[in-house]
Design a binder for this molecule. Structure first.
Ligand SMILES: Cc1ncc(COP(=O)(O)O)c(C=O)c1O
Length: 374
């Protein structure tokens, strides 16, 4: 416990009377699951990301799992993904009995390096799960070309990237199916929840069946056409999501402004590397604000000083392949992805959300400067 007066949390959702009103409408309607609020939420997300079809699910992880099922991933297959991501990007393949293969990242974007993906290919490769880490769009065209050349499925783990744009178009609008997540630290939240977007009507129908215990379109409640899951979202959460989407533009704008302010406040702290700026092809949707501390910094000591000042931070992101269960099950160890490993030892997430106060940001910057002795 810390005795600091000021407490600045890592993240916070932006919820107001609108979500309360929409949730109350659902409660009063009596349609708590498989109701019209879910359909509406799906239509609105599809519209926001420029995809023709969307299927709401209980989490981003569930969505990734369903896309692995849809891609036919199974035992004996390999699925290439990024080591610098949240574990779900790899777990989705393991659920179907496949082996995750980690290709190293580009040190600038922190996303999969297409050249490393090429090197990681084997005759057993079945799919690539690309990740838009920290809301920065991945190299979708290059990855698509690799997948097309080798007959692989491409899945876009856009769980952190709602609102991001790649080559001028929203992430999700290209033909790769994408997954968005709505945990409370995300750009929009439903509490728990996720959304899969796809450009294939057949895939969309399959996803809706798989999330609903394998029930088929038009079948009875106890008719199950395939092995499915209970990965449904409910109408209460969909209502929260609709309220969130109504203010998505404001949320994204506010998050970008908070990020820009951090950029100014932290620019002159020697050796601290700030998040990569946008360019013509990549427009980030701000999810978290992660800096890389100077090489050789004792990150734990920095975290301790910040904690003493009441500033919450997080060690985003540990490499997936170095998690204990991954080492034990697949024998991964240090040295597999040197770029990701080197960065992951020195990256740190600072408090970040749409309504973070300017004075709180100044306080965080001062605390970081002090922690680094700059
Ligand atoms: C990159 C990435 N993939 C997948 C997920 C999983 O989403 P959820 O927590 O909704 O299952 C997350 C969210 O934490 C994520 O950040």
């Amino acid at each position: 416990m810390t005795s600091a007066v000021r407490q600045i949390g890592l993240s916070a959702p932006w919820l107001d009377e609108r979500e309360e009103e929409l949730v109350l409408d659902v409660l009063r309607s009596g349609r708590l699951s498989l109701g019209p609020t879910i359909d509406r939420f799906e239509e609105l997300v599809a519209e926001a990301v420029g995809a023709p079809y969307a299927a709401a699910v209980s989490s981003g992880t569930a969505g990734l799992h369903l896309l692995c099922v849809s891609a036919g991933v199974g035992p004996g297959d390999e699925v290439i993904t990024s080591p610098y991501s949240f574990v779900a990007s790899a777990n989705c393949a393991i659920y179907e009995g496949a082996t995750p293969v980690f290709a190293d990242i580009d040190p600038r974007t922190l996303n999969l390096d297409p050249a490393a993906v090429e090197v990681a290919l084997t005759p057993r490769t079945r799919a690539v799960v690309a990740v838009d880490i920290y809301g920065y769009p991945c190299e979708l065209d290059e990855l698509r070309a690799i997948c097309d050349r080798h007959g692989l499925a491409l899945i876009d783990d856009a769980c952190e990237a709602l609102g991001a744009r790649y080559k001028g178009e929203p992430v999700g609008s290209r033909d790769a199916p994408a997954v968005f997540a709505f945990y409370p630290n995300k750009q929009i939240t439903t509490g728990e929840g996720g959304m899969v977007t796809t450009h294939s009507e057949d895939e969309w129908r399959l996803l809706k069946s798989l999330r609903n215990q394998g029930r088929a379109d038009g079948g009875g409640w106890l008719d199950h056409a395939r092995l499915g899951f209970n990965y449904r979202i409910d109408d209460i959460r969909a209502a929260i999501g609709i309220g969130q989407l109504e203010k998505l533009d404001r949320i994204l704008e506010a998050r970008a402004a908070v990020a820009a302010r951090y950029g100014q406040l932290l620019a002159d702290i020697e050796g601290v590397e700030l998040p990569l700026a946008d360019d013509a092809d990549h427009e980030r949707s701000w999810f978290v604000y992660v800096v890389a501390l100077p090489e050789g910094t004792d990150r734990e000591a920095v975290i301790t000083v910040l904690e003493e000042r009441g500033v919450q931070t997080a060690r985003y992101l540990p490499c997936i392949h170095l998690q204990s269960y991954m080492r034990e099950r697949f024998g991964f160890s240090e040295g597999l992805c040197p770029v990701a490993e080197g960065l992951s030892r020195r990256t740190l997430a600072l408090p970040f959300h749409a309504r973070l106060d300017e004075s709180d940001q100044e306080y965080v910057a001062a605390a970081l400067r002090e922690a680094l002795g700059r």
